[in-house]
Every structure is written in C-alpha cells, then in structure tokens.
Design a binder for this molecule. Structure first.
Ligand code: NAG
Length: 279
C-alpha cells in the first residue's frame, strides 16, 4: 500500500511538473515589427509607414501574465500580452530553442473593424450589433513559424488603453508551400478559430479562397457560412469540406486535379462580422 501511494504521489508530482512545464515554457515571447501608416499633415495618411520593434508575451490564460524583462531596445509602450485560449500561437515552430539564430517572423498592424460589402460576407453584418464592443484597440498580426511549418494570422482586441490583447480570430495554414504532380489532388490547408465568448462569433462566418498570379487574381471558392451559400464564382474541381468547416473550422481547399494553370499563390480569408484574417 505504501509503495502504491508513493508511486501515486510520484506520478502526481510528475504530472504537475508536466503541466507547469507546458504552461510556462510552450508559449513564446515573440519579437515583432509593429508597422503602421504614418499620419500625414492634416490628418491624412501619407502612404509611408513606420516600423517599431515590439514584444508579444503569448499566454493561454490571462491570469498567467508573467513580469519578464523587456530587452532595452524595445519601447515599453510596445510590449503586449496576448491571450490565446486556443494556443495556436504556442506552436513549437514559433518557439525556437533559446539562442537559436533563426527566428520566427511576426508583424503587427493596427486593424479597423468594418463591415464587408462582398456578397458572400455582407449577410454577417445585416443585423444591428453593439458598436461598443468594436470600440477598442484592434490589431491584425501575421506570424510565420520556422522552416515554413506554419503561417498564422490573428485579429486581437484590447480594451482601449490596455496592453492586454485577446485573440478573437485566428487563421492558420500548414501548407505555406505545396508541390504536386499534375493530375493529382492537392490540399491547401487552412483552419480557423473564433473566440466563442466574443459577441462576433456564433453569428456566422464566411470563407474565401483567392488565387493570385503575376498581378492577376480570381476567386476560387467563396462561401457564406451564415446562409450556407456558395458564390457562383466557384471554380470547377475546387472544393471545401463543409462538414469539417462548420464543425472544426477546417477551411482547407481541395483541388481535385492539379493542372498547370493552378500554380500560383492562394489566399485563404476568413471573415467574422467586421473582422477578416487571411493566410
Ligand atoms: C481538413 O479537411 C481535409 C479535407 O477533408 C482533410 O484532408 C484534412 O485532414 C482536414 N484537416 C484537419 C486538420 O482536420
């Protein structure tokens, strides 16, 4: 019996240790470029941008905000705490071992929530919504993990004046680069997560896949998830997995047969009312 309880205690200790490890070491502190447009004289935008170093402390729970030292070359005004309950930003490719030369890439931009007039998105904002929630500080951020393992784009919100952001929408892709033989099916990965506690989630989403090549673009698939309707722009042989899309946020695009004309860049955009994130 004593032996048993010792083993039991040891395993509890081990488990606690694992949990502590997981919550303290798996979410990164990321150095990012904070990029915004320069306000011109008279309040207009000049088109020029400013770029400042910033620091993001990623956490899965707003209670574990750690007080850590900020590198001296970073303005304390540009240090943020980002709570990501889905832990998307805690992926190992964004958290290289200390001292490693290669760093994940990251850029933050101020974001202005606004309704979209695209036909497959417009239904999301057709009901009146409390503008108070939108009246906050919004950022759009783009991340790229080491070795092109993962691309993530997030929309985060902080109460005005606060440095504590919450991820409201995140979109990811594991296929930043894809090669395929002609005639074979191709999967372009895309997935999204929306904060269930946000008033913007649960009132529908929309997904759009766009193809871009040498300045030309076209919509491959566009889907209004609120009205369960596909736009008629749909390209032949391009499909979404609607079940996975509604149940798990799996917005991956399947091209049934790779053709020469398919080569190029594909952008997966996910819309919530007033929000948009794309990879
Ligand atoms: C997303 O859906 C595609 C097509 O059904 C599937 O091949 C892929 O494994 C799914 N991805 C995830 C993460 O479930």
């Amino acid at each position: 019996m004593t032996n048993f309880s010792t083993i039991y205690k040891l395993s509890v200790v081990a488990l606690t240790f694992l949990l502590v490890e997981a919550s303290t070491s798996s979410c990164p502190v990321l150095e990012c470029w904070f990029v915004q447009e320069k306000a011109g004289r008279g309040g207009g935008l000049t088109g020029a941008t400013t770029q400042e170093k910033s620091l993001l402390h990623i956490q899965t729970d707003s209670h574990d905000a750690a007080s850590q030292k900020t590198p001296t070359d970073i303005n304390p005004e540009r240090v943020y705490f980002v709570t990501d309950p889905a832990a998307t930003l805690c992926h190992h490719s964004l958290n290289p071992p200390r001292g490693s030369v290669k760093k994940p890439q990251c850029e933050i931009n101020p974001f202005l929530p606004q309704p979209s007039s695209l036909t497959w998105v417009a239904s999301l904002t057709d009901s009146a919504l409390s503008p108070i929630y939108l009246d906050a500080e919004w950022f759009s951020s783009a991340f790229q993990g080491l070795n092109e393992q993962l691309g993530i784009s997030t929309i985060t919100r902080a109460p005005t004046g606060s440095k504590e952001h919450n991820v409201i929408l995140s979109v990811t892709s594991k296929t930043l680069s894809v090669k395929s033989r002609l005639g074979e099916p191709v999967l372009l990965d895309c997935g999204f997560w929306a904060d269930p506690s946000s008033p913007l989630s649960g009132s529908g989403f929309a997904v759009e896949w766009r193809y871009q090549f040498r300045g030309n673009g076209r919509v491959v698939v566009a889907y209004d998830g609120k009205r369960d309707r596909l736009a008629d722009t749909q390209e032949e042989g391009a499909m979404l997995d609607f079940d996975g899309l509604h149940k798990k946020g799996n917005a991956s695009l399947i091209l049934q047969e790779a053709k020469v004309r398919h080569s190029g860049t594909y952008i997966c955009s996910v819309y919530l009312p007033y929000l948009l994130a794309q990879v």
